[in-house]
Ligand binder design. Structure first.
Ligand code: MN
Ligand code: MN
Length: 436
């Protein structure tokens, strides 16, 4: 159960990409990993990491074989669906002060109203100084919420479909009241005065900020038997944490170089400089090859092409109350182990990467030899839905890649549910994979 407790602490301390990177670095440093700038050269057994813009991170254990023979990557994403504050967030309307938001990733908007919310993020002032923001987690301090229409007056709202039930533009945070009834003295200006006094942030500083609105509160164990974890952001931090811990616990004497890669922006298509649809991965691997004395553009291509990757992302757990959405024979069940998906995508697998059966056979052998419990999965019935992962961006380099992660009940909701046994299975699978 130790793994589950440390996982819950990781979730509570890492509710944004930046927080996840910072907690991961703390754990990695303790395990002997050092920033690449600390090394003049790299040799077998060295533990090294590269941080990209504080929002993605690669950690390596250098193996005995040449890097040109490939790297074993376990890649998970550390961004999760949430609301982001807009660049000009603070406004007042008829006596209530709000923070304007724009959601990030696939959410059901109605799930985000009338629950405690917290603000996590960073603000950079014009002088370059930085304020780290975490407001709403302390039970004594301020908290935030999005209001909803009372049922007594919701006749029109209740007739709408769930996607129009809550208007995206109105998904705004209640942040204060105009207590003085005076525009100059009260309301927005008073809230801005409090923000400046408490956090040394002026209204214009929100322009250079990255503040995420997330469910407030800690992860919990779920059920009378404590067999599950209920927490925000388990997609995909359940795979991120287990991938990280598996590497930290791995031997320094590996045949093949091992890498846990934690990436950003998966939930909006892996875009941007910190997502997988960028030169981030070849850039990081080039730096490693350079310090190992192996870099050339051909050597880099060989390394990537010869690599193996687990695209470690969560999938849907079979939901008995909505069982007709699943092909039961090919679904993942809670507590039956980590799930492998040959392909993801939607409408005839569009947006997927199709894992080679040769690679899957090799994985089966490795996992069976290590005694890992696992299951094979297709997320839903044909044409019910679907989605993409980072797998296709890895496959672009010619490497073998398969989706592999923990199944989740009510994925993308504010409080997602996983099974403790699946978390343990993911950890064991990733650890075994580093020896493939
Ligand atoms: Mn995911
Ligand atoms: Mn997701």
């Amino acid at each position: 159960m130790d793994l589950i407790n440390t996982y819950k602490t990781f979730l509570d301390r890492g509710k944004t990409e930046r927080e996840c990177v910072s907690v991961s670095l703390e754990l990695a440093e303790k395990a002997g990993f050092r920033d690449i700038s600390k090394y003049d050269s790299l040799k077998t057994g060295d533990k090294v990491y590269i941080v990209n813009k504080d929002k993605s991170l690669a950690l390596f254990i250098i193996g005995r074989k040449s890097l040109q023979d490939g790297i074993n990557f376990v890649t998970a994403h550390i961004d999760s669906p949430r609301l982001d504050l807009k660049m000009k967030p603070v406004y007042e309307k008829d006596g209530i002060v709000y923070l304007n938001t724009h959601y990030y990733g696939g959410i059901k908007k109605y799930q985000w109203v009338t629950m405690p919310l917290a603000l996590h993020g960073v603000v950079f002032r014009k002088d370059g100084s930085r304020a780290d923001i975490c407001i709403g987690e302390d039970e004594e301090g301020p908290s935030f919420c999005i209001s909803d229409i009372l049922p007594h007056m919701a006749q029109d709202q209740m007739k709408k479909g769930a996607s129009e039930f809550i208007d995206g533009e109105n998904l705004d945070i209640v942040a204060g009241l105009n207590l003085k009834g005076d525009e100059k003295e009260g309301g927005k200006n008073e809230i801005l005065r409090i923000i400046e006094k408490e956090y040394k942030i002026k209204e214009e500083d929100f322009i250079s900020a990255e503040i995420e609105v997330v469910p407030a509160g800690k992860s919990r164990s779920l059920g009378f038997d404590s067999s599950m974890v209920m927490a925000y952001g388990q997609d995909d931090r359940v795979c991120a944490y287990t991938a990280l811990q598996a590497l930290l616990d791995s031997s320094c004497d590996l045949e093949t170089t091992a890498c846990t890669l934690l990436v950003d922006k998966e939930e909006i298509g892996s875009v941007g400089a910190t997502g997988m649809d960028s030169e981030m991965l070849p850039n990081m691997v080039s730096e490693i090859m350079d310090k190992a004395g192996e870099y050339s553009s051909l050597a880099l291509r060989r390394c990537l092409r010869n690599s193996h990757m687990l695209s470690s992302d969560v999938t849907a757990a079979f939901d008995p109350l909505n069982g007709d959405l699943y092909d039961k024979m090919n679904a993942s069940f809670m507590s039956k182990g980590v799930s492998f998906e040959k392909y993801t995508g939607s409408r005839g697998k569009s947006g997927s990467s199709d894992a080679c059966p040769e690679f899957i056979a090799k994985l089966r052998k490795t996992l069976d030899d290590a005694g890992v419990v696992y299951q094979m999965n297709e997320m839903s019935k044909v044409d019910v839905g679907g989605g993409g992962t980072i797998a296709k961006f890895a496959a672009f380099y010619g490497m073998d890649v398969i989706d592999c992660g923990v199944c989740v009940l009510s994925m993308h909701s504010p409080w997602e549910i996983t099974a403790a046994k699946d978390i343990e299975s993911a950890y064991s699978a990733y650890k075994a994979f580093f020896t493939i």
